[in-house]
Design a binder for this molecule. Structure first.
Ligand SMILES: C[S@@+](CC[C@H](N)C(=O)[O-])C[C@H]1O[C@@H](n2cnc3c(N)ncnc32)[C@H](O)[C@@H]1O
Ligand code: SF4
Length: 341
């Protein structure tokens, strides 16, 4: 495949353009969600990345410039917990100045937002997704590995709204653990007119020991919501949007479903992922990444860096979710906390 109609944007082997970049800014986290960083594995001896391996703000900026040249219009910062990175606000500030990037957002567990929300907004962050898996303190802790409180996340949501950031809330639903929180969460965020998005529990990485029977299919979530509230499907905001959107018919608010297990969206996937140590992954379920840190640190000029990344994208043919099978599920995959959700 060659270039898309728009010009320099490369398309991959399945004709998919490069549009969306996730940047993981740290592999550390203050939570130990069982579906992401189970505490039994991510304990005190876990080999987190040494500081020298983590890309500096200047290196991230140089890479982002090349991605922007290739058609990236949206950048999402993630982790690990991105707010643990000390120089995150200056990073947001320099990324927000890249003209070609139209949308700069962040995914966070929200607990540190009361400290950072205002600075993030002032530095040019547009939107924020805050993760919250339940309002009941017991259920919340069962999901978060015993860390944090739902009240702290709610304070983070409040701080983000007060700072003027557009807020969405993400809830991972694990069958038999937090499914009873679906309706209380819908009621709460509907009243606040905040978009709540349900995420099917995914087989990212290996440490969560994912089993398909622990997935609550999006269809069951829809049936649960329908018992109490009227809604209708609405069109995606853009091609390749991962969330299926629904609008309540009685009030101006919506919710979404990210059903990558029961309804894979590989055919429209236009997303690249950069880990905190500069590996480029062309799929969330990848087994290996392309080392860009060594290349950036070699002092490569910007046009050559852009050309190199373009070559990686053109060779891409990943479609893991559509090919998911018992065989692919046991492959050694990159952990979510490393690659960013
Ligand atoms: C890896 S986290 C990183 C950002 C931040 N720490 C947070 O929790 O929002 C990004 C998103 O991935 C989701 N996530 C992590 N592991 C997952 C899994 N196995 N299946 C589905 N979603 C997952 C989280 O709930 C979160 O919404
Ligand atoms: S989902 Fe986010 S908050 Fe939970 S362990 Fe993973 S990185 Fe941390």
């Amino acid at each position: 495949m060659s270039e898309s109609k728009e010009g320099k944007t490369p398309t991959d082997q399945l004709g998919r353009p490069l549009r969306d970049l996730r940047i993981s800014v740290t592999d550390q986290c203050n939570f130990r969600c069982a579906y992401c960083m189970p505490k039994e594995i991510f304990g005190p001896d876990y080999p987190f990345l040494p500081k020298s391996e983590i890309l500096t703000n200047e290196e991230v900026h140089k890479l982002a410039l090349s991605f922007a040249e290739l058609g990236i219009e949206k950048i999402r910062l993630t982790g690990g917990e991105p707010l643990l990175r000390r120089d995150l606000v200056p990073l947001v500030s320099c990324l927000s100045k890249i003209d070609l990037v139209k949308d700069l957002s962040l995914t966070t567990n929200g607990t540190l937002l009361p400290r950072y929300a205002k600075g993030l907004k002032e530095s040019g962050l547009n939107r924020i997704n805050i993760s919250l898996d339940g309002l009941s303190p017991n259920v919340f802790k069962e999901m978060s590995g015993g860390r944090g409180e739902p009240s702290a996340v709610l304070e983070g949501i409040e701080a983000a709204e007060q700072a003027g950031l557009e807020v969405k809330v993400n809830m991972v639903v694990k069958k038999g653990v937090n499914e009873a929180e679906v309706l209380p969460m819908v009621r709460f965020f509907r009243d606040k007119r905040i978009t709540l998005r349900f995420i099917e529990y995914m087989d990212v990485g290996n440490s969560n020991q994912w089993k398909s029977k622990e997935v609550l299919p999006a269809k069951e979530i829809l049936d649960t919501i329908a018992k109490e509230f009227p809604f209708q499907p609405i069109d995606p905001n853009y091609k390749g949007e991962v969330a299926a959107r629904y609008r309540y018919t009685d009030i101006p608010a919506e919710f979404g479903l990210i059903n990558s297990i029961t309804k894979p969206f590989c055919s429209d996937c236009n997303r690249a992922r950069l880990s905190a140590n500069g590996n480029l992954y062309t799929c969330l379920f990848a087994t290996f990444g392309h080392d860009l840190k060594t290349i950036v640190r070699s002092g490569i000029c910007q046009p050559d860096l852009t050309k190199h990344i373009s070559g990686i994208w053109r060779a891409r043919k990943d479609r893991y979710s559509e090919e998911r099978s018992s065989q692919t599920s046991i492959q050694k995959k990159i952990e979510m906390s490393y690659i960013g959700g």
